[in-house]
Design a protein around this ligand. Structure first.
Ligand code: 16G
Ligand code: ZN
Length: 533
């Protein structure tokens, strides 16, 4: 049975604040770092229970608030294959985080163990990490108390990126099996990605240096280490690496800043030359946005949709050259936020599916293809290969030298990609491979299709929970007549499209609009926001 005495003693050190209601949302628990102590303690216990439930498989815990401001923090659990926590456990997490007292917490745990049929005698293993936020160390200590209360075996992966933590979970759990995913260390991660990348770059002409905006976060540490493995293949310039400067994290820099403001971080204005390309990571290095300046020093953004297009087209080409088009179907997954032009371009070439916002939805849908490419417009995404697809790629016998070359490329691409979750550094290497192989600069890449102007606005409403969507969040069914009014407005704009959805991470409603001109787009967004308000 549960070690009730240990739990009680340690739980009393991490009391739940009375007035706060926590929610395990799209990105785990996320709020101000200073109110998360009890949550981390309880997540430690929950992670141990999840591990026991899965027969001692290692569970991951990541302490981060990604692109959010520095005072925020958060925590999410990672399941054994490196994917997001199974959704049925999200609500258990919410219930356990909100029980008011230690006694109530313990009885909720006892209920949970019983109804979920968890065998407490099984081992529990948890690997955990945090980003660079100042609130991180204390939160990790609270998590460790939770693990201690359950006598779980903990492995501290230190300060690292979210995708590296996902990689570690997957490699630990597949160690020595035929599904082995690499060596279960950070060095194993860097070696796996970079050696595949370096092979793909052999014989390619030298590239102009890539400027990497590290958002003053943990990506700076990882990018620095990675760059040492790339000395002969990819010159990089690391910017916004001030991880110890208070207030600097994600402040006027990083992938979210660039995507939302559609402009260069001010800190890069004097650094980026004409026709030079750069990219921005977010605060935990799982999102990536590219950009370049044209010859007139005009800024152009290359977001998740542009990455999807570039990567999916390249993989399709390789598969075709190898002669496996019939056996390896490549498909794309997007959300409603994908630019209409990207959806049009892709749909003319590939199967494209639209799903609700949130990585788990995209990831799951992508797994339905042999090779699934998914990116959110905000730059989070990756490529997933089904097990049969991987087996085929590594066992297929090509019949011509051209096929052999393409197959080897495909094999190396598989190893550059972090299939567990969106990974800014892995995605960056992937983009660089395609650019090098196609001899593309930013402009050539950008020219595949032209983005429709788009606008995202937040509306603060008394109760966002009355907003209910269907059709992958593209249509509202509540409140009442709102969707009809939106539909009516949209018809007045050439190529107009607009939708409204409640945020899963903030207490606001988001309005998205696109149309053929900037002015029309802003007008549409403004008028739809007016309807919502
Ligand atoms: C979270 C999601 C991200 C999504 C965003 C939308 C994960 C790991 N992250 O950050 O994919 O784009 O939420 O936020 O799923 P919103 O619901 O506030 O618009
Ligand atoms: Zn992130």
């Amino acid at each position: 049975s549960l070690p009730v005495n240990d739990i009680r003693r340690l739980s009393d050190l991490h009391p739940k604040p009375q007035d706060i209601n926590y929610q395990y949302g799209t990105a785990g628990f996320r709020t101000l770092g200073k109110v998360l102590d009890s949550v981390l303690f309880r997540v430690g216990i929950l992670a141990a229970l999840r591990s026991k439930k899965l027969d001692g498989k290692t569970i991951g815990v990541m302490v981060t608030a990604s692109h959010n401001p520095e005072p925020d923090n958060g925590v999410k659990l990672v399941d054994p294959r490196g994917e997001m926590l199974e959704s049925s456990w999200e609500s258990h997490a919410t219930v356990l985080a909100n029980t008011p007292s230690t006694d109530e917490f313990i009885s909720a745990l006892q209920d949970f163990v019983k109804t979920t049929k968890i065998d407490i005698s099984k081992p529990a293993r948890v690997v955990y990490a945090r980003d660079t936020r100042p609130s991180g160390p204390a939160l990790v200590a609270a998590l460790e108390d939770g693990l201690k209360a359950m006598s779980a075996e903990g492995r501290n992966a230190g300060v690292t990126t979210t995708p590296i933590l996902h990689y570690l979970v997957r490699t630990i759990n597949t160690k020595g099996s035929k599904e082995s995913y690499g060596t279960d260390t950070e060095e194993g991660y860097y070696t796996k990605l970079s050696s595949a990348f370096n092979k793909l770059m052999v014989g390619r002409p030298p590239r102009p240096p890539l400027v990497i905006d590290c958002a003053n976060g943990v990506g700076a540490l990882a990018a620095r280490v990675l760059s040492r493995y790339l000395v002969n293949s990819l010159p990089v310039e690391l910017e916004n690496t001030a991880i110890d400067t208070p207030g600097a994290l994600n402040n006027s820099c990083g992938a979210d800043f660039v995507k939302v403001n559609q402009k260069l971080p001010p800190s890069l204005t004097d650094l980026l030359g004409p026709c030079q390309r750069g990219c921005s990571l977010d605060g935990d290095a799982d999102r990536l946005i590219y950009f370049y300046l044209d010859e007139h020093r005009q800024f152009h953004m290359l977001d998740g949709d542009k990455i999807t297009t570039l990567v999916a087209s390249f993989i399709v080409e390789l598969v075709k050259t190898v002669g496996l088009s019939e056996k390896l179907k490549v498909g794309v997954v997007q959300t409603a936020y994908a630019n209409g032009s990207s959806t049009k371009y892709l749909s003319e070439r590939l199967p494209v599916k639209c799903v609700p916002t949130g990585v788990k939805h995209l990831h799951h849908a992508a797994e339905q293809y042999d090779i699934g490419v998914y990116f959110e417009a905000n730059g989070h995404g990756t490529v997933v290969f089904s097990q049969p697809a991987q087996d085929l790629i590594f066992s297929h016998q090509p019949s011509t030298p051209t096929q052999l070359t393409a197959l080897t490329h495909l094999q190396n691409i598989l190893n550059v990609i972090n299939q567990t979750v969106g990974d800014a550094l892995s995605d960056m290497l992937l983009v660089e491979v395609v650019l090098a192989h196609k001899s593309y600069g930013g402009a050539e890449w950008d020219s595949l299709y032209t983005d429709l102007p788009n606008r995202l606005v937040k509306v603060v409403v008394p109760d966002r929970n009355i907003f209910k969507t269907v059709d992958a969040e593209r249509r509202l069914v509540s409140p009442g007549a709102l969707q009809n009014k939106i539909d009516e407005l949209v018809t007045k704009y050439s190529e107009g499209r607009s939708f409204v959805r409640p945020s899963g991470t903030e207490d606001v409603v988001r309005v998205y609009a696109e149309a053929t001109t900037r002015r029309q787009t802003d007008d549409l967004a403004f008028r739809v926001a007016g309807l919502v308000y």
